[in-house]
Structure formats: C-alpha cells, structure tokens
Design a protein around this ligand. Sequence first.
Ligand code: ATP
Ligand code: MG
Length: 539
Amino acid sequence: MSEGAAKKEQKPRKFQAIRGTRDLLPPETALWSHVEQTAHEVFATFGFGEIRLPIFEPTELFARSIGLDTDIVAKEMFSFEDYEPSSVLEYRSAIITWQEPRDVQGPPGPLGTGALAKFQPFSALLSSFYLAGREAFEKRLIPRTPENGSLLNELVGERDIFLSSIQSRNDRENRADVDRLKERVRRLQLGDELTLRPEATASVCRAYIEHGMQQLPQPVKLYYMGPMFRRERPQKGRYRQFYQIGAEVLGGSDAPAIDAEVIEMVMTFFDRLELQGVQLDINSIGHSADNCRRGYVEKLKAALDKVKDKLGPDSQRRIETNPLRVLDSKLESEQAIIATLPHIADHLCEDCAAHYSAVKHQLEMRGVIYRENWRLVRGLDYYMRTTFEITAQGLGSQNAVCGGGRYDGLVELLGGPPTKGIGFAIGEDRLILSLQESGKAPPQQGRDVYIAWMGERAHATAIRAAKVLRKAGFSVELPPVEQKFGKALGQADKLGAKYALILGDNEVSEGLWTLKTLADGSQEKYTEADLLEYLRKSL
Ligand code: ATP
Ligand code: MG
C-alpha cells in the first residue's frame, strides 16, 4: 500500500447529525429566540409561569397517560434501561458475551471430559450472576418487580439442571442451552425503563402532583418549551427531535371560559408573530361514558364495519384499535365514505353538549374566529370534551402548528387528586417554517459597527472603542489582526455592517475618529463623545 493510500485509510470518520435531528444555526436561531421571547411575553400577560421539565421520565408515565393504542406509545418512543454500574451488570455482560473456549484439553480425572471443561465456566458465571442478582434484588439495587423475583428463582434451578446435564449431552445441545440461558439473563431488568419525552403534558401533571400544586391558588397556569422525541419517518415539518411550546391549566374548574382563554392566548401569540393563514378548528369529543363518547364510538364502529371493504389497511386496522382515528384519515379515496359517518356532536351527553356550546360562546365573546370540525380527534387517549387544532400556511401536509384539548381525568389517572385540565402544544419547528415561508421572519440584524484599525497604537484605541460601543449596546466587530483598510472595508460589507469606524495613526493623534457610512460611502470625523451621540441617534 502506498503512503498516500495508507493516509487515506486512516482518515477519521466524519460524523453527521442523526437522521431526524438537526442543528439550528445562525441566523435562523435568532428567529427561534424571537419566537420564544414572544411566547414568554405573551404567556406572562395571561398569568402563566414557566416550568422546566426533565427530558426523560419513566416509560410508564407516558404509557399510562398517552395510551397504549396510540402511535406514539406503540412505536415512536425512544426508551432505554437506566442501570447503575454493578457486579450484576458485569456478570450479565460476561454471560451475554460468553464464548465457549477452543481446544480445551480436559484435565485428567473424573471431571476430565471435554464437555465439562468447556461448559462448566459458563455455569460458574451463572452462579455468580445469580448471587449478585439476588443480593441486588434484596437491597433494592435492581427493580424489585415480581418478574425479576421469579426470573432469579427459576435461574438457580436452570443452572443446576444445566450443570448436571453437561456430560450427558453433546456440544450442540449444550450450546443451545447456553443460548437459551443467555436470553434468560438478558431478561433480568437491572434498572428503570426510561423514555425521552414525546410530549410534556404528562410531565406537567406529574410535577403538579409531585409538588402538591393543588395547595396553590387554582387554577395553576404553566407553560414550557423544549425538545420532544418521537421515532417518526423524517420529512418536512416532521423530525425525531422537534420542539414544542406548550401550556397547561390545572385546577378544580372546567369553566368554558378557561378553554376559551387558553385558545385566545395561542391565537394572540400567533397574531403577535404575524403568522399567516391561521385557521382554528374546534370540536368536542365528549367524555368516556355510554351516553356520550363510548356510545358514539360504538355507532361509529358499526357504521365503519359496514364500509370496511372500501377502506385502506390503516383505517381497517383502526376500526379495531381506535375507531375515532379513522376520522383523521387524509386518504383521498376514503373521504367520501367518511363524510357519511355519524357526527359526535349529535351524540354528546347533555353536560358535554352544554359545555361545548358555552366554549363557542366564550370564543365569540373574545372575538376568536373558529371553524367547527366534527372530524377533529386527537391522537392521544387522554383528551375529552374541547379539542382544537390550528393550522398555518406554507407547510404542505404537515400543516398543524398547534394541537390541544381538555384532559380532566389525567392527573387522577397518574395518582393525583381529581383535577381538571386543558392545554395545548405548538410545534415550534413548523411555526418557524411557516414564518420563514411567508416572509414574516423579522429581518436579520447585521453588525452595527466594523472597526478598521491599523497600527499598534490604533489597536489599543480600537479595543477601547469596541468596549465603549458594546457597552452602549451596539454590535461591534473588532478584527483580531491588522488589515489594510481596503480589505477591512470589504470585510465590513460582507458582514452587513452599517458603519466602519476607521482608526489609523492620524485618528489616534488627532483624537478624531472617522466614521464611514457603508450604504453611501460618506464619511465624517467625530470626537469619541460625539460619535456615541451620533450612533445613538442614527441606529
Ligand atoms: P401530527 O398529526 O402532525 O403528527 P400530532 O397529533 O402527532 O401531529 P401533537 O402530539 O398534538 O401532534 O403535538 C402538537 C404539535 O407538535 C403538532 O401540531 C405539530 O405541530 C408538532 N409535532 C408533532 N410531531 C412532530 C414532529 N415529529 N416533528 C415536528 N413537529 C411535530
Ligand atoms: Mg403525530
């Protein structure tokens, strides 16, 4: 191999962001900050306080709240086992990676057969694993679940049988047993099952319960922002790590005015950002009772069963798993059929129907324009009564920028006191995309002043000038090495600077600084004090 080829081969691997994740870079990040800053401001005017939540939680929290039949829990969660380093872990790794020794010369004597010498070490590992596992189990260093308990119990017996049968079996049979035992060992749970949060409502409810927030003046109004994780097929507006800005109202009341004010708050936020083509859809999905949603779902299922053959495979499956989700279908061929299905509004119980019409009235009082959409159901199990979704322009088929709704039973389901709740989550990535597409992103701020300096004395003055200007709040670029003025001015242009401050020997000895306006090339001399005054007025 030539030297060149050898070098090429050693070239270090280049890394790329994982599919479905991405870097957000300047200048785009300025827009993200602007959006987030606006959320802080608008939500504060509605009396919401910020909550910052962990990125991961017990898998069980999401499984129980979001629902096992949802896409999120069934296939989109990033989960992992969180274990402490321990001897159990070491023995487990040793067992899982165990390989039968080659060329074993059986020692002489009664135990001297090849098979025993080969496989007895595996059995010894099992014994050590069992002892360490048992101790960890007793001391609660690994989860004390019934599954772990019985797994450990069974393992002793299986080890005994394995050990006593080694000599009466051939290598192939012993190997098969080793593989089976490896699988058993793998099943011992060493730590908690954790999941990167796919959404934050469950975490907010967990925090509400954990910190006894029902003792605070009700309702408790919280908002959050940050990354969420779902294993989805990446495409425009759909990522595996994406960002949400959301809010929740938790407390004793489900007054329709609360629903309306929450919706008004999102709409105010979008309005402030000048988001274009905003469309609010609302619906009520009632509550889980025979005279309300459950009764409706039965009727829906019956109607769907009749037209089953005309539906695609996804919808056919959903008739069994989650019939409401069929209404969500975007398949062109299914639209005419779906249009003939019964509407939930005709099947709401008296209380839910009254709540729904009061919410609409409250929205009207606030001047919030909405469209009723009987097909709007949410993909998470915990929603009831009011549900809503907001779409915006420029997003193609991923055009939902906000989803929300009421979830009165959720806190109780997670072991808390009976509590009413409503909230929403905005897809920040899509919000930003829509703002960019419609040209409503605020213009990018360039540098205010580029300091073109030449000479050692001028450098000292330039450093001082940068300090003074930055303190006054201007964005200043101070080149680290001396440049010819021509080159410096070209650089200032590229950075979009408005002014170049020229500092050479003359300027320093005169105490007069030259300011060049880059847009028209005009220049003027100022004392330090006058310069600051001038920039303050003109920038
Ligand atoms: P969709 O129907 O678009 O999959 P969803 O019902 O799964 O949305 P929610 O769980 O209600 O979405 O989340 C609220 C918002 O979060 C969505 O309206 C969307 O703007 C955003 N969102 C959801 N999943 C993603 C994702 N994978 N990438 C980017 N944004 C997302
Ligand atoms: Mg989704």
